[in-house]
Design a protein around this ligand. Structure first.
Ligand SMILES: [Zn+2]
Length: 80
């Protein structure tokens, strides 16, 4: 086999196997936070009792964003 053919085969293989990956399922977890000033928790659903007396808006953020904002998990949503 001539080297050029081998090279072409390798290149074709690269193109075939390096298709853009879909980032839909990035594994990112979303949580819900209240923007009210007294809210320090994040919740795993909007129906939580802890969100019912929210003074601000209920926003969906990623878990990492919630943690960066020093939020702690809601005891009602996440048990003890
Ligand atoms: Zn909650």
């Amino acid at each position: 086999m001539k080297p050029i053919i081998l090279f072409s085969a390798l290149l074709f293989g690269q193109l075939f196997f390096t298709q853009p990956q879909q980032s839909e399922s990035s594994g990112e977890v979303y949580v819900y936070v209240c923007t009210g000033s007294s809210s320090k928790r994040y919740h795993n659903n909007t129906q939580c009792r802890g969100l019912q007396n929210c003074k601000g808006e209920i926003r969906r953020v990623t878990l990492s964003q919630a943690k960066e904002a020093n939020r702690t998990p809601c005891k009602l949503c996440y048990g003890n």
